[in-house]
Design a protein around this ligand. Structure first.
Ligand code: ADP
Length: 584
């Protein structure tokens, strides 16, 4: 009641042209727009001091936005300023919190201007040199790094993980579709008999235009069933099977409840890592691989207060790709300069540069994948699974223009030829009811909608008659099981006839860097002389060769689980660790 009175007083005073003075301490709430709806903060302040900030309501992404929710309020109070640095990788949530604080101050009759002055940068702290010891140091805590860490620990190694961002997960956290695997018990349970290892290899090679490293692809496919079963043993089952984009086969495994695979796996792998007592040092950037007589024996790393020398018997690079490093990408493909990227800001290619510095070879560096369905305003990826579940692509003329589930490069190229270089992904309520991501897109305001096809066409500003004809033709194609127009041959289990109807405007965006460090099937890093560099392993997007010239959706997750496991096991064995748990 007291609080309410003070807010009312503040508003009344402001309305009368009075500003609150220093010492007139009030509490007020403000709202900012986060990634997933409103972020509400409660602020206690007077004209000169912000005493307290608390986020009281939000729906931000677990593990990313929630880091800003935890850390930014304290930073604002400590600096007595709203102009503090955003939390790296969580800019939208950070800005939502700042906007909410501004609004709370204004509503309470406090001028926010004095708080817009950036805090004086603290003099760079004198860094302390520190030496750390472990069996296996893993650089990067995305999907590959977490998998390798859990596996190496199961093999008895003392593992240390370095992660430069304030949170774990990297690009893996954003994987929304699933994990491609072949000959699994989940496929058997669903009576899928035509999507085995040979088909998986063939589809991956064809999708990659045949330039993939066949030995790596074969290793991935042959180990995929064991990998998905291993995930189940650590509490991360992926029992649902659906069609994969770019193929006619059903390899795509995802969580039972339809939740996005990346966030699910990162959470489960993190829980397992915690259970195993694995130390993950956040905000810690590896800068260099330490070599001794041609053998990798550790890494140099740094955080805000330390320069670390990490001595290890084996090093695993799991630093991800370079899809957020425009200088590096443009060196290979200058036409990407103005593209949006779906990558997290930590995807800067550090591991590739560190490996090259110690003589590693790279492959396919110019192979950079555009994903065809990126919502440009926020660079948010609209999952391929939407099309696997039945969504279609329509241009501004209200017409389909391609096989919506052709390979990503083909669909992206087709989109760029349409009016404005964009398209709409169209879906219905039935699809929303079966897919959590679709619900999320709608909640985030990405979709326009209509109760009829005509109403949706109006919201999309496309020709109504043309759009209705497109939808009727598509629903008939689904009923007939044949897409006479464009030869689409999967994701046709359900039509798009359940109102209301939705559409999201999308265009291609940078998604995956398929090139990277050259490895062999044991995940040993290969030198420019063609020999393994002893003690140096790499897995995941930092490596090249698995995906060739075009990655099939669902193969990034398979890549990081299969090769993360191999890297973890081999690095532990090389380090001489003794297994403390059965090698599941
Ligand atoms: P992958 O799928 O191969 O695991 P991710 O992008 O998911 O790739 O994860 C890579 C992780 O590596 C990210 O969390 C990223 O922040 C981290 N990383 C990148 N460079 C460094 C570095 N120099 N030191 C520590 N961590 C790094």
């Amino acid at each position: 009641m007291k609080k309410l009175l003070s807010i009312l007083l503040a508003v009344a005073l402001l309305a009368l042209g009075f500003a609150l003075a220093e010492g007139d301490r009030v509490t007020a709430r403000g709202v900012g727009q986060g990634i997933d709806g409103d972020v509400v903060v409660q602020v206690e302040a007077d004209a000169g001091t912000i005493y307290a900030v608390e986020v009281v309501e939000h729906n931000e992404t677990e593990g990313i936005g929630t880091v800003a929710v935890e850390k930014l309020p304290g930073a604002i109070v400590a600096a007595n300023s709203i102009a503090v640095d955003a939390i790296a990788g969580a800019t939208v949530t950070s800005n939502a919190i700042k906007d909410a604080v501004r609004q709370a101050l204004t509503d309470a009759g406090i001028d926010p201007a004095p708080f817009e002055v950036a805090p004086e940068a603290a003099a760079p702290a004198e860094k302390t040199a520190e030496t750390l010891e472990c069996d296996v140091v893993i650089v990067g805590a995305g999907g590959a790094g977490l998998t390798a860490a859990v596996r190496a620990t199961q093999e008895g190694a003392k593992v240390l993980v370095l992660e430069k961002m304030p949170f774990v997960g990297g690009n893996s956290l954003k994987a929304s579709g699933g994990m491609n695997c072949a000959d699994t018990k989940f496929q058997a349970a669903a009576d899928i008999t035509d999507s085995g290892v040979p088909e998986f290899i063939e589809d991956t090679m064809n999708g990659g235009h045949g330039i993939n490293d066949l030995a790596l692809v074969t290793t991935m496919a042959e180990n995929s069933a064991e990998a998905v079963e291993w995930l189940e043993t650590i509490g991360a089952p992926l029992p649902k099977v659906a069609a994969t984009g770019g193929t006619v086969h059903k390899y795509l495994h995802s969580p039972e409840d339809g939740s996005p695979v990346g966030a699910f796996l990162v959470a489960k792998l993190s829980e397992e890592a915690e259970k195993q007592g694995i130390e993950i040092m956040l905000n810690t950037t590896a800068t260099e691989i330490i070599m001794s007589d041609g053998v990798a024996v550790g890494v140099k790393a740094e955080d805000a207060g330390h320069d670390y020398t990490v001595n290890a018997r084996a090093v695993v690079l799991a630093t991800g790709g370079f899809g957020a490093n425009f200088d590096m990408m443009c060196a290979y493909n200058p036409s990407l300069a103005n593209a949006v990227t779906t990558n997290h800001p930590g995807a800067t290619g550090d591991g590739i540069l560190m490996a090259e510095a110690v003589g590693a070879a790279t492959v396919d560096m110019a192979q950079i994948q555009l994903h065809p369905t990126v919502y440009q305003a926020t660079s948010m990826l609209v999952s391929e699974k939407m099309r696997s579940l039945g969504a279609i692509l329509v241009n501004q003329e209200g017409k389909r223009f391609t096989n919506d589930l052709a390979t990503r490069d083909a669909v992206s190229a087709a989109e760029l030829e349409q009016t404005g270089g964009y398209a709409w992904i169209v879906f219905d309520q039935n699809l929303v009811d079966n897919n959590k991501s679709a619900k999320q897109y709608i909640e985030q305001g990405m979709a326009v909608q209509g109760d009829t096809y005509e109403a949706l066409a109006k919201a999309m500003n496309v020709d109504e008659a043309a759009f209705v004809e497109t939808m009727d033709t598509w629903n008939a194609a689904v009923a007939a099981g044949e897409d006479a127009e464009f030869g689409r041959n999967n994701g046709m289990d359900a039509d798009l006839s359940t109102a209301p109807f939705y559409a999201i405007q999308i265009a291609p965006g940078i998604h995956h860097t398929m090139g990277g460090v050259k490895i062999d099937v044991r995940t040993e890093v290969i030198s420019t002389e063609g020999q393994p560099i002893p003690g140096l392993y790499a897995a995941g997007e930092v490596t090249g060769g698995v995906h060739g010239g075009n990655r099939i959706g669902g193969n990034a997750v398979c890549d990081f689980v299969v090769f993360g496991r191999i890297a973890g096991a081999n690095a532990a064995a090389y380090a001489g660790a003794e297994a403390v748990a059965p090698a599941a």
